[in-house]
Design a protein around this ligand. Structure first.
Ligand code: PGA
Ligand code: ZN
Length: 424
């Protein structure tokens, strides 16, 4: 049974405080996990409890830590750690708010993950097996190799430019391909006369002015590495457009231009036509622009993956709405947007049942924690985005997946998401 739950304040990859939780079982087994944190967070995400005040820019998490050490510790004592649903429900009920505002989603999620890990450790099986079924699949990965928007100080307003393997034969083969393109991109950026400093997710943050220029660099890098864009290696973008949306008039402000919504959708459609190796587009419209999100999905959804992030924030309430409206066709899944393992599993089930694909995701503020890697295999997520091939908090996610592939041996197989994009 759960003997003790304990948390501490540690730091994430941006140097901001975050919660690390320990779950200690009566047999002495420990489960420990750290909670990530976003920069372009959705309005409807579960509440990340921060202290406010002057210490650490108001970002301290001592209140969340204290909630774990007192209230949550008391409520979970004696519970069976293998009953994840009950552990999570106990914390959700104890919180009592719809968005985990009282105890903090950072407090609840840390304990939720550490509970699963403690249970797996106690049974002596890997976390991906403990949480997973019989048929385990490694995800197709999406790597944010050019960072813009809220994740870098350059002028580009597209937040993420990702590359993904298509013709990979194994997980390792896919990672090798991506690593080749990442290094080729470094050369291409240098040759174009830009700096190769990195953004928050380990991607380059060159000082190019437009999304088109960034895409040109990326296509060139894929070719330089010896791959065919759209055939061997595909491109995915995240517009994170809630940050571009003007609530006053419903316009989108992007790289110095002002678009009304129809002009904005035309612009995006043209971009997809000009760069046919783009196979996935995330948050093309803002989190409050539901009707246009559905309209745009209807327009391009049979050609590319349309990914819902800020729109649904891993919350079954908004997932149901998106399904009903036909807004998007792929759900981005972030554990800390909803704040517990059980509810994340519910979100994934809901997506599957309704024919939506799922892409699991890291946050721009991360730690060395690799819960996400095991989780992606356990739930057969199909897709995972966890950053570029740089910065340990990103790379460690992929390294853990390499270990899992090795452990699975002959049983290992890797996802290839359906795509019928043309070559560039
Ligand atoms: P965030 O960005 O972690 O900064 O919110 C990730 C995303 O928008 O997908
Ligand atoms: Zn996003």
């Amino acid at each position: 049974y759960i003997d003790k739950v304990k948390a501490r304040e540690v730091f994430d990859s941006r140097g901001n405080p975050t919660v690390e939780a320990d779950v200690i079982l009566s047999n002495g087994t420990l489960g420990r996990d750290e909670v990530p944190s976003g920069a372009s967070t959705g309005e409807r995400e579960a509440v990340e409890l921060r202290d406010g005040g002057s210490r650490l820019r108001g970002k301290g998490v001592t209140k969340a830590v204290n909630n774990v050490n007192t209230k949550i510790n008391k409520a979970l004592h004696g519970l069976d750690p293998t009953n994840q649903a009950k552990v999570d429900k106990t914390m959700i009920d104890l919180d009592g708010t719809p968005n985990k505002a009282k105890l903090g989603a950072n407090a609840i999620l840390g304990v939720s993950m550490a509970t699963a890990r403690a249970a797996a450790n106690s049974e002596g099986i890997p976390l991906y097996r403990y949480l997973g079924g019989i048929d385990l699949e490694l995800p197709q990965t999406f790597h944010n190799v050019i960072n813009g928007g809220e994740h870098a100080d350059n002028p580009i307003d597209t937040q993420e430019f990702m590359i993904t393997p298509i013709s990979h034969k194994s997980f390792r083969n896919g990672i090798d391909m991506i690593d080749d393109v990442y290094w080729a991109l470094k050369g291409v950026i240098e040759k174009a006369g830009f700096e190769t400093g990195l953004g928050d997710e380990g991607g380059f943050a060159p000082n190019v002015k437009t999304t088109g220029e960034a895409l040109d660099l990326l296509v060139k890098a894929i070719q330089t590495a010896g791959y065919k864009p759209g055939k061997d290696v595909g491109i995915a973008i995240d517009l994170a457009s809630s940050g571009l949306y003007d609530h006053k008039n419903g316009h989108y402000h992007f790289e110095g231009h002002d678009y009304d919504v129809n002009a904005w959708m035309d612009f995006l459609d043209d971009l997809l036509k000009k760069y046919p190796s783009i196979m996935s587009i995330e948050d093309p419209l803002g989190e409050d622009d539901w009707d246009n999100f559905a309209k745009f999905t209807k327009r391009v959804g049979d050609k590319v993956q349309v990914v819902d992030d800020d729109l649904i924030v891993t919350n079954p309430i908004y997932i149901r709405k998106a399904i009903k409206m036909g807004a998007g066709n792929t759900l981005l899944i972030k554990l800390n947007q909803i704040g517990s393992v059980s509810e994340t599993l519910e979100a994934i089930r809901l997506a599957r049942k309704n024919g939506f694909k799922t892409m699991l995701s890291h946050r721009s503020g991360e730690t060395g924690d690799t819960f996400l890697s095991d989780f992606s295999v356990a739930v057969n997520a199909g897709e995972l985005k966890a950053g570029a091939m740089a910065r340990s908090e990103r790379v460690e996610k992929y390294n853990q997946l390499l270990r899992i592939e090795e452990q699975l041996g002959k049983e290992a197989h890797v996802a290839h998401i359906p795509n019928d994009v043309d070559k560039d």
